[in-house]
Design a protein around this ligand. Structure first.
Ligand SMILES: [Zn+2]
Length: 232
């Protein structure tokens, strides 16, 4: 085997261990939460805030008196601080979803520290509280995340719906209904500007969610927020 081929194989192996294999192993660990103990459903929304869709979503949640959990992107928090202030005033939980929507597969531990710190600072500038929840974009980990993000509660999801694609819109309402169970953590998206997403997708998500929440009210299904901030 030529030397460069061997080096390439070793390099690929090291990178896969750092990123893909680490993700597969870390996701199975008990400190990575995917459900909660108790009755009801936790609604969580990633990738915002968005200047149009997030306020519409907040209106919808307010109508049904539902508290949710938002995993926000730090650079967008700095762009739309008034939305984060409103989120906080209306009693929702706010967690970290990196400063830019970048995968841990392309971040060094030092870059991840910066992503977490900058987002925590952006959120606490709006709310006066440090966030304690963290959801890595795409649920990607690298080998260093458990150490670098130590001190944060890492929360993934039990149900994901593909709502970042407009073509999923037709099925979404039914998928939400079928997913109802105690302890479920639903993942939806209030911004479609992420890599691989469609900009208009949150519009359809909001329509399906509105119908779903109306049904839930009739059936007395409870919604809970994940706890995740402390003063100072
Ligand atoms: Zn995301």
């Amino acid at each position: 085997m030529k030397k460069w081929t061997k080096n390439l194989l070793i390099g690929t192996g090291i990178y896969a261990t750092y990123s893909i294999f680490a993700t597969a192993i870390i996701r199975r660990q008990s400190f990575v939460e995917k459900r909660f103990k108790g009755k009801g459903i936790a609604l969580t929304f990633d990738d915002g805030p968005h200047p149009i869709y997030t306020p519409q979503l907040l209106d919808l949640l307010k109508r049904y008196e539902i508290k949710a959990t938002f995993f926000v992107v730090g650079s967008k928090v700095e762009k739309y601080p008034y939305i984060i202030k409103r989120m906080h005033e209306e009693g929702h939980t706010i967690g970290i979803h990196h400063y830019e929507h970048k995968s841990n597969w392309v971040l060094t531990p030092w870059q991840l520290t910066e992503q977490l710190e900058r987002t925590a600072a952006a959120i606490s500038n709006c709310t006066g509280e440090r966030p304690t929840l963290y959801r890595p974009p795409w649920g990607h980990f690298n080998i260093a995340v458990p150490f670098t993000a130590k001190g944060y509660r890492i929360v993934l999801w039990s149900h994901i719906f593909g709502d970042w694609k407009v073509e999923r819109a037709e099925m979404l309402y039914e998928d939400l209904q079928n997913a109802v169970e105690d302890g479920a953590v639903f993942l939806l998206h209030d911004c479609g500007k992420t890599l691989g997403a469609e900009e208009e997708a949150p519009k359809f998500m909001l329509e399906s969610l509105a119908s779903f929440l109306a049904d839930c009210q009739e059936q007395n299904i409870q919604f809970v927020q994940l706890e995740g901030s402390h003063n100072g």
